[in-house]
Write a protein that binds this ligand. Sequence first.
Ligand code: NAD
Length: 261
Amino acid sequence: MVGKNKVQQEKAFEGKVAMVTGAAGGIGRATALAFGRAGACVVVADMSVDGGHATAAMIVEAGGKALFVQTNVTRANEVEALIDKTVSYYGKLDCAFNNAGIEEEYLHLADTDEAMFDRIMNVNVKGAWLCMKYQLRQMVKQGNGAIVNTASVAGLVGAPTQAIYAASKHAVVGMTKTAAAEYGRSGIRINSVCPGVINTPMLARALEREPSRQKSLRNLYPIGRFGEANEIANAALWLCSEQASFVTGHQLTVDGGLTAI
Ligand code: NAD
């Protein structure tokens, strides 16, 4: 009986089509693999060709179905083509995890510059906006869908030395709430997941620049450790699932208690 339940749980996305951006590594890869294990046809989108192909190959090796589409989420024509390819290949789009994002060097606001502002806003805000814009057009035609955007705890509270990143993630939260209100009656749910510090290549890059931060950062976490990518994947899949059928416009904090204190 336990075995049967496990299979049912694992295949909760059988017959569904799920798209994940930023899926060449980190949280995106973990979520694409989780969708694949749960039975979904997975569209893997990323700028990185090698990493994107590798994620798709991992899904196929595990017995799933995947298509890699090289995409820069800051370019409208590429995002539109991504959704078009998804629909022509798999016929529809049920779930989308808009996760591609970049981090900021640790700097006080007065030391940041215009190029940094434009780079971060372009990927984190424009990228999420473009993805939602074209995904929503398809989901409205279908009359259903679920979207999850990756925000951050920096989308809920201030993040000293990361003002631009925090602004970009607050913008993601604002778009999530607004889109949820606009499209609820079209059968589409839109939520965000707000991770604390997660063990990914992004974190490795940040700590390489400032290794001394590791201990002080970790000490902030009531749970005593950083998170793992699969812990965000679990949250994203739940938000996309039928289990969350009355959840929309919500920011799901997955942060080991960081923002509880
Ligand atoms: P990562 O750097 O490990 O992976 C990000 C992926 O996004 C990479 O594969 C990269 O190639 C891709 N990407 C970057 N720019 C892109 C673009 N323009 N178009 C398409 N793909 C692009 O990062 P991660 O830690 O897995 O982060 C994933 C998301 O989670 C980001 O939005 C990040 O801001 C957010 N987040 C991460 C943490 C953390 O501690 N790691 C915490 C909170 C939120």
